[in-house]
Ligand binder design. Structure first.
Ligand SMILES: NC(=O)c1ccc[n+]([C@@H]2O[C@H](COP(=O)([O-])OP(=O)(O)OC[C@H]3O[C@@H](n4cnc5c(N)ncnc54)[C@H](O)[C@@H]3O)[C@@H](O)[C@H]2O)c1
Length: 310
């Protein structure tokens, strides 16, 4: 309804209570052209934005592996009563926690080509009722860029409070991140002196994306509420079509390159890039940093000095 009136819509995850619902909402959003966003706040922490930047700049080379998890333990004790969380697939782990890490995987790695997945209910009854949805789930996948991956989601992961965590291996290094230590990433570089080689902890600070408005002190840290604000602000920036999301307006050659590229990817994947790529005020920087297919090309161009206009 809101979309059909052209109103901006911010929707918390999950987008719908079924795949059909989700698809309808995507179609409505695309038809309306209104600003819209899902509440994927975790990918917008300064640390995770920095990870995406490192990867798009080729800092750890071509990515070979992504392991991600979103684990919490709020349902690990079988004596915790059944609430609305215990019924309906939309309220199981795949509906509740998995969307965040799947979003991270797609944002960092690009589209998934194939996967095999499984779900399980470990505690099938709780005080007050039966449980008919999943306590945990896992997914083995291959991304379109050739990298392999594994994703795991759980609400019964004893000890984990905010286990949104990932590890990424590349041909020139590796990155680890854990939301329980949300102001840091761990970076490993293959070309470092072996004597001093190891994962280096980098604390985020004003040099990292979206950190400075919240705190001027490096390593002092941002928090959960800050990332919610950054997320909402992201929706607003999208509405203004990228002037504030960085970079110069794309040149004629770059726009042509992007549009040709759009025509070369499968039709079912084109929709999500169209808003940006077909816009009159597209910025090159935004496309390079935010569109997975562009990130792939940027990496390749950097590694192989191709003629792509990066
Ligand atoms: N992005 C984030 O970091 C984040 C964090 C927490 C919650 N959320 C999301 O925010 C929303 C609210 O979460 P909350 O923790 O504040 O929950 P809440 O407990 O305050 O409210 C959730 C309500 O949804 C109702 N509900 C459950 N299944 C439903 C269904 N199929 N149809 C209609 N109503 C249904 C429940 O009865 C409950 O009243 C959820 O979509 C949740 O996934 C996002």
């Amino acid at each position: 309804m809101a979309l059909s009136l052209g109103k901006p819509v911010f929707c918390e995850k999950p987008l719908g209570v079924s795949v059909e619902d989700g698809k309808k909402m995507v179609a409505a959003a695309e038809k309306s052209g209104a600003v819209n966003m899902i509440g994927f706040n975790y990918i917008r922490t300064p640390a995770s934005q920095f990870v995406r930047k490192l990867i798009s700049e080729g800092e750890i080379g071509d990515i070979t592996w992504f392991r991600g998890e979103h684990t919490e333990d709020f349902y690990s004790d079988p004596n915790i009563p059944a609430t609305w969380r215990a019924t309906g697939l939309e309220n199981g782990t795949m509906g509740d926690l998995a969307p965040h890490m799947i979003n991270a995987a797609l944002a960092i790695m690009g589209p998934i080509k194939r996967l095999s997945a499984d779900v399980a209910t470990v505690h099938s009854s709780r005080p007050g009722g039966a449980v008919d949805n999943d306590d945990h789930a896992q997914m083995m996948c291959t991304f379109k860029n050739g990298a392999m991956g594994h994703l795991y989601f759980s609400r019964i992961a004893t000890g984990r409070k905010m286990g949104y965590a990932y590890e990424i291996h590349g041909t020139k290094g590796a990155i680890r991140f854990d939301q329980e230590d949300q102001n840091a990433i761990w970076l490993y570089k293959s070309d470092e002196n072996p004597e001093k080689q190891g994962f280096k902890k980098i604390l985020t600070g004003p040099h990292h994306p979206d950190y400075e408005p919240f705190c001027q002190g490096p390593g002092h840290g941002t928090g959960y509420q800050d990332q919610i604000i950054t997320n909402i602000e992201g929706a607003g920036m999208k509405a203004e079509q990228k002037e504030t999301t960085g970079g110069h307006t794309a040149s004629e050659g770059q726009v042509k390159f992007l549009r040709d590229l759009l025509g070369q990817i499968p039709e079912e994947e084109q929709a999500k890039y169209k808003e940006v790529v077909l816009s009159d005020s597209i910025t090159w920087q935004y496309a390079k940093e935010n569109i997975p297919v562009m990130q792939e090309l940027a990496n390749k161009a950097k590694n192989k000095s191709s003629n792509a206009p990066f």
